[in-house]
Design a protein around this ligand. Structure first.
Ligand SMILES: NC(=O)c1ccc[n+]([C@@H]2O[C@H](COP(=O)([O-])OP(=O)(O)OC[C@H]3O[C@@H](n4cnc5c(N)ncnc54)[C@H](O)[C@@H]3O)[C@@H](O)[C@H]2O)c1
Length: 256
């Protein structure tokens, strides 16, 4: 069943991990996918994979922290696909693992430039196209770390808290224009971002998985496709009366 037939979607951070899984799933469900990422080679590879499988996709190297680059790519993608219906703000970095008193201004700005301003810039560029189309759907990648505190990665926690509020604020602002804005809040998902952290953990991935899921109801790490399915639902017309939601996709982590 093609749940995004006729939809035109732009995905940031689509070269890797959950962005890539989302782009591939969207391609399988009939969307035309603008695959964007900082990494030129990866966007070409992901877009080629979607078209080789019979879908529609095109690739853009796009830096979400650069407003003019974002504006140019979003406009080009809308031109290519004759409009835009869906924006998935997935690009993100985790930054330094330090408590507040050890974080430099540069550490803080580096995370906020991508995780917070990236969502702002892409949303700002996409909304005029949604207004032209008569509506749209945005799904922001936040994190359980934007919902609850923890004793690590302080700038990342605060940045993802900002993404949750950007989600609610934009949902409130744009509902009258039939633009829905939701967020997914994953717990730990086994993507390249996490594989690097797990490899450095004493005992490697098995020990890391046991430690990270000890307070989770479902005791396994997430897979990118677990989150991509939630994004697909929120982006599709099946969720046409859902907006302003920050949805935990977390194996039950925040329910305990
Ligand atoms: N992996 C997890 O456990 C986890 C949990 C909760 C939330 N998240 C969030 O989900 C999103 C995806 O995470 P992932 O684990 O799939 O990450 P990943 O590292 O596998 O992929 C992130 C992608 O973002 C791209 N990117 C980085 N900076 C960019 C920039 N300035 N402009 C454009 N693209 C840029 C990277 O090139 C990469 O392809 C992120 O926002 C992350 O914070 C991840």
């Amino acid at each position: 069943m093609e749940r995004l037939q006729g939809k035109r979607a732009l995905i940031t951070g689509a070269g890797s991990g959950m962005g890539r899984a989302t782009a591939e799933l969207f391609g399988r469900h009939g969307a035309a996918v603008a695959v964007t990422d900082l990494d030129d080679a990866k966007v070409s590879e992901v877009a080629a994979g979607i078209t080789d499988a019979g879908g529609t996709a095109a690739a853009w190297r796009m830096d979400v922290s650069d407003e003019s680059d974002v504006r140019r790519c979003v406009d080009e993608a809308a031109d290519r696909f004759d409009g835009l219906d869906i924006l998935i703000n997935c690009a993100g970095i985790i930054g330094v693992d330090k408590p507040t008193h050890e974080v430099s201004e540069a550490d803080w700005d580096a995370v906020f430039a991508v995780d917070v301003k990236g969502v702002f810039f892409a949303t700002k560029a996409a909304v005029p196209h949604f207004l032209t189309a008569g509506g749209g759907a945005i799904v922001n990648f936040s994190s359980i770390y934007g919902l609850v505190g923890n004793d690590e990665f302080t700038p990342y926690h605060v940045a993802k808290g900002a993404v949750n509020m950007q989600t609610k604020q934009d949902a409130a602002s744009y509902g009258r224009h039939n633009i829905r804005v939701n967020a997914v809040n994953p717990s730990t998902v086994l993507t390249p971002l996490v594989e690097g952290i797990a490899a450095d953990y004493p005992g490697g991935l098995p020990a890391y998985e046991e430690m990270m899921t000890a307070h989770q109801s479902l005791r396994r790490l997430g897979r990118p496709i677990d989150v991509a399915h939630a994004v697909l639902f929120l982006a599709s017309d099946e969720a046409s009366w859902i907006t302003g939601v920050t949805l935990p996709v977390d194996g039950g982590y925040t329910a305990r």
